[in-house]
Every structure is written in structure tokens, then in C-alpha cells.
Design a protein around this ligand. Sequence first.
Ligand SMILES: [Zn+2]
Ligand SMILES: [Zn+2]
Length: 514
Amino acid sequence: MNTHWVSKLADKIVKERGLKVTIASGITTSGPPHLGTVCEFLYPWALVRELKRRNVEPYFIFVGDIMDAFDSIPLTLKKYSKILREHLGKPLCGVPDPYECHESYGDHFLDETKKIMEMFNVELNEIVGSNTLYRKGLYDSYLKLFIKKLSEVKRILEETSLRKLPEKWKDIVLPICGECGKIATTRVVELDIEKERIYYVCDKDVGYTKGCGHKGYVTIGSHNWKLAWRLDWPSRQDFLNVDVEGAGVDHHTRGGSWDTAVAIHRKIFGKEPPIGFKYGFILIHGRKMSKSKGLGALDYVLSLVPPEILKYFLFKGDLEENKNFKDDAASLLRLYEEFKHIGLIIEQKEKVKDIALAKKVYAYLLAVGKTKAELHISFADVLVLYQLYKNWDIIEKKLGRPEEVKKLSKYVENWIKLSIVPREYLIEFKPTPVTKYVEAVRDFAEKLSSEMRDIDIHNLVYEVAKKHSIQPKEFFKTLYVALLGQPYGPRLGRLIVALGVEKVKNTLLSMART
Ligand SMILES: [Zn+2]
Ligand SMILES: [Zn+2]
């Protein structure tokens, strides 16, 4: 039995919704994509993939919430602060594109998100900005319904958000100020269903921006408004006929917007809500991502690992657990190694009985989409070889997998540029005369033979150290000094194979003269 969450959720979807389903997802594209952004499309996409395998016809739609207010300038856009600052508080689709290539700021980053999806090989049926959905009038009847049922809607919001609302509260809708263009600063004072007008005052101070004081109205037909998020979400799910939609745990906590959506579906629309699922946060070294601090920027993460490894990382854990991405070299090397290992298990058709391992295998298949290993060579080997030879042709010849070397070369070069190559990998071949344990070094060298693998060489170090009554740690240091002129380096077996066993044998014999 497959116990991976994607498989279990697919079971539930087929059982409850049949063979034609709509899966929705969305995000506020308020700046450059970060690690959290990819979850919003990768998790639903994993489901789409599994459902297709089961002959279900999924329709996958992604909505960019670009009617949301522009509430902060991301760190990476600081140089555009001058142009952008005056637009804080406006809907993202009303803020100019600082790069001047799209209709708006919101459109620019929605398009970037789309490009990232392509990079991850995520196919979807539709990607649309929420402003388009509003302009088409798809929300109109919902707004009218909420106005008619205002007191009931207000009660639901209070109950599900665990917040008491002021007596005169009418903010089920956020008008865009006709004077200053901001959406974050307006407050509804009257809802006139006869004239289909929303009267507002633009007087809120939301911390990052202030209203202009203008009083006026917008008509429903003008579409210069958006519904409050807690009402927008269920309305959209209703007119898009959404069967399944996931969201982060923050939406799913007690008092979160998922509870509101469910209650609106049941009590206002008289329908059953879509199937929901919730996922944990993505953390960077235990810290939450931050757009304003630039933490977890996707282009940075993708300069360290290829997209399929990141996908594998995100799929291998449980859905609701927080995923802690560690971008230090040791953690990344482990991730590369694990990815390679799981691919080889699949390629060699090894029987997998262990449940935890089976989940990893399934995650790999979701991420890579084929039963072949993506990597047969070790990233650490490529890293060591590059330090020693600085020549990709030689490395391709040594490892014999030119395609894979080409693929990894980009990441090795990035690691060097970003200075994250671990100290023990910063090496050069620098034969140095042996002054200590000369006999033992000669003994070790004589026992080396070209057919030995790295693990055999590693074991030989212990064997020879024991025979000569030397602490293994001391003997390792001696060998590193003899080869690199420094007492540390990458795993010795790996290093000696990379240098060539015969070459090392001869070097050690000439460096350790009695
Ligand atoms: Zn643009
Ligand atoms: Zn205003």
C-alpha cells in the first residue's frame, strides 16, 4: 500500500469527486518567487500527476491574486523604491511594472511565477489574474448575495475568525479609491443594493501607507473593488467549480480563512465545500521565509540545486510537516547523495520494503517522472575533481557520464562563485615529503591497487593504521599532508580515486623515503 500523502489524497478525491475534477491553487504575486511560492503549485501538481495516472481528468487552474494590495517593497527591488513607494496600498495590478515589460507589477511577477512553473515542468490548464475574474463580472452576483445577507455573513465571519467586528462594520468588499487608487485604505460606509453602489471613505492608516481622505462610491459594474479575502476565496471556488484546493497551515488554523470558506459554502451557498488539504511552512535553516529580507529567494536556491532535487526534497516529507531547507554545503551534499541513491534504487529495480524508503521512492518518481536515475555520479566527486583539474573535459572522461557532468558543472561553478564550497574541498594536488609514520605510508602505498573503490581505500587506511599502532585520525592527517600539503581534505577514498590510484601510489612512495 502506498502511504504517501499524494496517493492517499488521490484516493479520497476519486472516491468523493469521481473522474473529472478541478484543482485550484493561487498566490499573491507580490514580488520575486521564493521557496514558499513553489509549494503552491508543486503540491497540487503532484496530485494532478497522480490523478492522471489513475485516468482521472484533472483541470488545474492557478489564480494570481493581483487585486491584493501592494504592501511592501521586496529587498531585491530596493533600487526601485523611489518609483514604487507612492504606489504602496494600491492593488498589485494597479502598480507599474518597475521593469517596464508588463501591464503591471502584479502581472510581471505572475508571469515570473509562470516561467518558474515551466522550469519545474509543471503543466496547468489555466493561469489567470484575479483582476480578470473581477473584470469579467464573475464575482458580481456573489457581492450582491453577501450584501443581501450582510448580517448572516458578518456573523459567520465573527464565528470563524474568532474576532468581534465593530457594530457599523460593512467591509465585505474593498473599493479602490477613485482619487488615489489605493485599495488598502478604504472603508465601506454604505452598501446600496438598489443603485448597486458601494460608498466608502479613504481614511485608513495601515502602517505602510495612509488614505487620502476622499469620500465617494464605486458601482458594482465598474469592478473597481474586490471582495474581502475570506469571501473572495469561497466565491471563486464556487464559480470555478473547484473540487480540491490546498493551502498553508496558516489558513487552516482555528480562526483561519479555511473555516470561513467552509461556512460560507454551507450556510450561504447551501453547498458542500471543496476537499481541502493543508501543508506546512517552508523554512530556511529553521527560519521563516521573508520577502522583505530576501530569505529563501528561489533564484538563489535554484543556483545551488537543480529543480528536480528541490522537488524531491519537497515531496519526500509528510504534507503537513514544516520543511526545513538547509542551504549549507554539508546538508546540500547529503541531499544530492540521497537523490542519487534513490534514483539508483529505482533504476536497479530493487525491492523496497521499508515504508520510509518507499515514500522517498514515490517522491522521486513524482519529482522526476521516470523510472531512470537522473544521476549516477556523485556531486561531491565532481566537486573534488573540479578542484583538482579545473577542466571539464578531463572530468567528463574520468567519470564517463558527460551529460551528467555537464548538468552538475553549472552548480559546481555556482558553489564556487557563492563561496559555499566546504573547507575540506578547497584543495590542490601538492605532494609533500612525509616526515612521520614513513613506514606506514609506504606500507599503505604498496597495498594500493588500481581496482580499489573509495570504500576499500578508506578501510585500508584503518587496517594499516592498526597494524602500525597509529591513531587512524593521525594517519589520515599524514596522508592528506603527503598529497595536499594540508592536514584535511575530502573523504580520502574519494580523493585518491579522483587523483588516480596509481598516481597516488607512486606519489606516496616517492614522498615517503626511508
Ligand atoms: Zn515586466
Ligand atoms: Zn484615496
